[in-house]
Design a protein around this ligand. Sequence first.
Ligand SMILES: C[S@@+](CC[C@H](N)C(=O)[O-])C[C@H]1O[C@@H](n2cnc3c(N)ncnc32)[C@H](O)[C@@H]1O
Length: 146
Amino acid sequence: MDLVLSHRTQILYIADISFVIMYLEVVPGCLVLESGTRSGSLTTSLARAVAPTGHVHTFDFHEQRAASARDDFERTGLSSLISVRVRDIQGEGFPNEFAGLADAVFLDLPQPWLAIPSAEKMLKQYGTLCSFSPCVEQVQRSCETL
Ligand SMILES: C[S@@+](CC[C@H](N)C(=O)[O-])C[C@H]1O[C@@H](n2cnc3c(N)ncnc32)[C@H](O)[C@@H]1O
């Protein structure tokens, strides 16, 4: 028997999305930064929560995933609320143009602790950060960095 190992990224579902949006205190008018985008499952709900005057900037280093999410946002009429960019957030951090402007930052990355120093720079005073990780080791390293 062959053993096939595959690495598949997971998307967020409604129970977690509701929790994340409530604890991030995302309301109409907020500016939110997110990485990674993947399917845009969370991004879609974030966009609905910040509408009509806020904006979600979402970043993924995988060009095809970013392009596919961008297409979905256009099809669902959310593209005016969402900007999708290709960027290695663990390596480069978020763009400096958002420093001190974000009401909330959401991380769903394999090594989120690498992005936490940049996330801190992006947040407004009293802004909120959420890092979503499936493994306790990821949570421990993120907590140490925080
Ligand atoms: C678990 S998925 C995110 C799922 C997303 N929250 C959703 O609800 O659909 C993780 C994503 O992070 C992206 N990613 C991994 N490393 C990254 C990095 N260094 N910079 C930016 N994106 C990265 C992957 O390409 C993948 O799309």
